[in-house]
Design a protein. Structure first.
Length: 205
């Protein structure tokens, strides 16, 4: 009798191991240990809060999601495979010629059609001369578009490096243009006053 039990055990062990290896996720309504499978081919309607527990993924980049006009969650198509909304990058521009502090035109190579850029921070590693009226020269940092890419202009207006060729370190925030919008610049003449207001809300706001 013992031999029969041992034989049956050895017959069922491979089957149990195979089932353990081929186990698939299961679903259940109101059950802590769901056992059923479900295949959805079509639309799913969910109300209130959706909680996903135990989700494991090795992909650190996930698609951009948005809400459509019909209140549907949709995947936002991105340009050139960049799936992140905000990108931080840094440039170190060293051994600057001329007066040692002026960068007239630096091409980042970042396409204007794909990203909107903003200066997040900057440093300059040299002492700078005062202006002709002994004032600290103002810093001029400008991002501009040229030939379909973003360019940088850096300078101490009215001053220059007094310690030779310097180095600018600039931090840039690049926002995926699929979730941002470049609005038309607004010019307002304050007519000598310290107060003013825009003639209207910007188009697109």
């Amino acid at each position: 009798m013992m031999m029969k039990y041992m034989l049956l055990l050895w017959l069922f062990l491979p089957v149990a191991a195979l089932r353990a290896q081929t186990a698939v996720p299961a679903v259940g309504v109101g059950k802590a240990s769901p056992r059923q499978q479900m295949d959805i081919n079509g639309d799913v309607y969910m109300k209130d809060t959706l909680v996903v527990d135990g989700m494991i993924t090795s992909n650190s980049k996930v698609p951009l999601l948005g809400i459509s006009q019909n209140n549907e969650i949709v995947k936002i198509l991105t340009r050139k495979g960049n799936t992140t909304s905000f990108n931080f990058l840094s440039y170190s521009l060293s051994d600057i010629g001329g007066d040692g502090s002026r960068v007239t035109d630096f091409d980042t190579g970042i396409p204007v059609s794909d990203f909107v850029l903003s200066i997040a921070g900057y440093t300059f590693d040299r002492k700078v001369s005062l202006t002709t009226d002994n004032k600290v020269p103002p810093v001029k940092i400008r991002l501009f578009q040229s030939n379909s890419t973003w360019h940088i202009n850096l300078d101490y207006t009215g001053g220059k490096s007094v310690e030779g060729n310097g180095t600018w370190n600039i931090s840039i925030l690049a926002v995926n243009k699929i979730i941002s919008n470049m609005l038309t610049p607004i010019s307002v003449d304050l007519k000598g006053s310290n107060n003013g207001s825009a003639p209207a809300a910007p188009t697109g706001i």
